[in-house]
Design a protein around this ligand. Structure first.
Ligand SMILES: C[S@@+](CC[C@H](N)C(=O)[O-])C[C@H]1O[C@@H](n2cnc3c(N)ncnc32)[C@H](O)[C@@H]1O
Length: 243
């Protein structure tokens, strides 16, 4: 997938606004470049979503892309499961407005619909594939279990949840070691130390990571019977949970 947006230089001169990070218009315009240069394995996660959607989509069911941003995961679902109906949800108006322009053809042909909604209020049903790609980390900690319970209930037997997240580790030495390598990854992708530090400050309290075992426990507690780790790139993970 080619990059359609602008280059991310939001934090080039520091966090000028001093505001916490949000998925506003400014971020929307550079989002593809930002996520591609910040998340190791991001493009691979999209490819995996395509393969798994092809494999697990059940006819006449819904696929959900929760926290869709610019719809990269939605596009991956659609290219894997060609006859699927995708419901893509995000509470950022800027993101959804851009999606509505980019996916006009697929919206008109009823392959996809976009909803500006807080996912905690969304109604999910008749699902065979649910994707939540780097989104849980932005929810309040006390909302996460409820969302998982809701996703589990919405899935048909054999349905899957694909989850990608940034994580931290049990021990702070490991967290720091991986953190340093992730810093190098971002430097190699053209971010200065100043940009990396300013973005980290603006994400403080907004992006709240958990440990691998917290994610797995939440999935099994909500009822998922099978857990597969699909990707592991530094401090980023992708899992497949099967109902
Ligand atoms: C890192 S982005 C997701 C990237 C996207 N899934 C992809 O694969 O390209 C996180 C998204 O989650 C959305 N989000 C965060 N909290 C949300 C909520 N409570 N309800 C709906 N969307 C939410 C943000 O607006 C943002 O667009």
């Amino acid at each position: 997938m080619g990059l359609m947006g602008k280059q991310d230089n939001i934090f080039e001169d520091g966090n000028l606004s001093g505001l916490p990070f949000s998925f506003n218009q400014e971020v929307t315009e550079v989002f593809e470049d930002m996520i591609d240069r910040s998340v190791p394995g991001y493009r691979t996660s999209l490819n995996i979503i395509r393969y798994l959607s092809q494999q697990h989509y059940q006819k006449n069911t819904n696929c959900y892309d929760i926290g869709c941003s610019l719809g990269a995961s939605s596009a991956a679902i659609l290219s894997g499961a060609k006859s699927s109906h995708v419901i893509a949800i995000d509470n950022s108006e800027a993101m959804i407005n851009e999606c509505k322009k980019r996916f006009k053809t697929q919206i008109d042909s009823k392959h996809i619909e976009f909803k500006t909604e807080d996912i905690m209020h969304s109604n999910l049903e008749n699902a065979s594939v649910v994707v939540i790609n780097y989104v849980i980390q932005f929810l309040d900690l006390d909302q996460r279990d409820n969302l998982f319970n809701k996703i589990f209930k919405s899935l048909l037997p054999g349905g899957i949840l694909i989850l990608s997240e940034k994580i931290h580790f049990d021990n702070r030495f490991e967290t720091n070691r991986v953190f340093k390598t992730h810093h190098r990854f971002k430097s190699a992708n053209g971010y200065s130390d100043m940009e990396i530090a300013s973005k980290r400050d603006s994400l403080d309290g907004v992006l709240i990571t958990e440990r691998e075992k917290d994610h797995i426990k939440r999935a099994t507690n909500s009822g998922f019977s099978r857990v597969e780790k699909i990707l592991s790139n530094l401090n980023f993970r992708t899992y497949k949970f099967i109902k």
